[in-house]
Ligand binder design. Sequence first.
Ligand SMILES: [Zn+2]
Length: 358
Amino acid sequence: MSNVITAREAEELLRKGEQPPAGAILTPSARDLLLGHTKPAFKATGKAPAIVATGKKTSGPSIPDYEFKWTPGADPKTPAEIERFFNSPALQVLKERICDIGRRLWQREYTDGNGGNITIRVGDNLALCTPTLICKGFMKPEDMCLVDLDGDQLAGTRVRTSEAKTHFGIMKRQPACKSCVHAHPPHATAFAIANVDIPSCLIPEAEVFLGKIGVAKYQTPGTPANADEVGEVGKIHQAVLMQNHGVIVWGKDVEDAYWKMENIDSYCRTVWIATGLGGGLHRFTGGQAKELIDLRQKLGMPDPRAGLKECELCDSAEFRPGTVSAQPAKDSAPADPQIEAVVQQITEQILKQMTNSK
Ligand SMILES: [Zn+2]
């Protein structure tokens, strides 16, 4: 028997609220239907929660739009409704997307061991999240959990991550936050543990897509205090450095959030390399930064700098890298032979004493 699912069969699955069988091959139009790229011919009826995973398809180039939309006030309530929703094709797509993002986090070494976690808001008071104690590189859709925004688990066989509550600290305060990704990418996390502010006004794309990077003070991971601290900072910053911990980013969908994780770690890595070149950092001006912040505003992304004056925009001019490697200038004077001789003498004496003391 063929295991190819056609568009007509995909419509039938959607109508029944069922998933395609494991290993089924989807025709392109069936896939579009199940991903929500095209609308089924039938009209959604009455009782079932009106859940639509959207993905706009346009003729021109566009960034992926996987924002999940739900009908306010229609969260599933009874255990049967919750189970049906949790196992619906629309949520299956999101579970697969979380696995895909987890694999990308792990492949780029943004997570190690069981580190990192991912959430997608799927209702007024509902979110899908990754389970605790799992390597993000090898998750399966059936590992995912459904929780409410207080972190209480509603569905799924594995136990939800304790850090989901931190994500919900942001989601409860910022309605535009539909998905959070948390990880420990080494370059950005290095800034978080060195307690060094990430300098701004260096790369235009970072100003547009990350905006002003927020810093949340250290709190024990998974605690209500951490959720409050990160929530307050994340309300107005899409990328948050968590002191002595890592990074949390958010977006309208999980791909959008994940891109910010790549953006922030690449940015920190580039700044780190640039500081080692010894030539200082060249910044663009506050006026030029303002143009980028305006562009960010037009894209509908929050930025606490929106109301600031141009002269206040590049605010980390005091940034001084800890280590600078600089080549001596070509016309610098040769070393003084007298000083060289003294240094040599002292080195020999130290070595002699060390040998004697053994
Ligand atoms: Zn963490």
